[in-house]
Ligand binder design. Sequence first.
Ligand code: ZN
Length: 267
Amino acid sequence: MKTNYILLNIFVLLFLIKTNANCQTTTTESLKIRKIAITEYLKAMVDISNEKYDSAIVKFNSSLKSKPDFIEALEYRMICYGKLGKKDLENQDKENLAKIKEAKIDEEFIKDFKIFSESSKNIESDFHYEVYPNDDEGYFKRANEKSYDLKIKYLTKAIEINPNNFKYFKDRGFYYERTNYYSLAEKDYRKVVELNPKYELYEEEMQLLEKCNSCNGSGFTSTLVISKQKVNSKTKSSTNENKNPCTNCKNGKTFYYKNVILIREKK
Ligand SMILES: [Zn+2]
């Protein structure tokens, strides 16, 4: 009797877990589909602003494949067909629109549409670059981050998209210099001079710090002191560590000099 009860409980529990899991997959999946519809729509709008109507239609098609009753996508695809003189297709979309406008409004989709549209305008969001993958200036502005790693990461993205803007190399070179990657900085500075003749390279001796090898950066060298004491005819030995300040460095760091290539504006 008791076993049956436990088994029943397990079944109920498994059932609950399963339903919950199913429920979660459906919501994330439909969000994924909605996201595709909206992303394709936003990309198509970029094409329209560049008067690339054919390419916009391709994107509206995939948007409408995910969300067939996406009113804005249909409206703008209709406009594109009109621009290209495709009367039949334009009329077809017009009819579809009339039908959809009578149907029930999908509140959830409208909400997501607003959220994604807003997010696409925010250059700090990764979604922005899904819609505008060629926004090198966005990455350049985004390099206004606190961490040098992120600054370098976003400037590298900007350079990948547009390798002709000296500012990207100038900034990245500076951040490489700041993080002690002098040879990478030099590479970028050479690129700046190549792209903008207002700049020139110069060599400077820099005093740099590095971790002391003698004391491994601790600032102390330790010597082992073994002292032996005779206690009641038995010899006891004890080991002590003596810490002495390292004579090769200052607080664990040594200076060294290095010639580095930097950049400046021509006079
Ligand atoms: Zn040392």
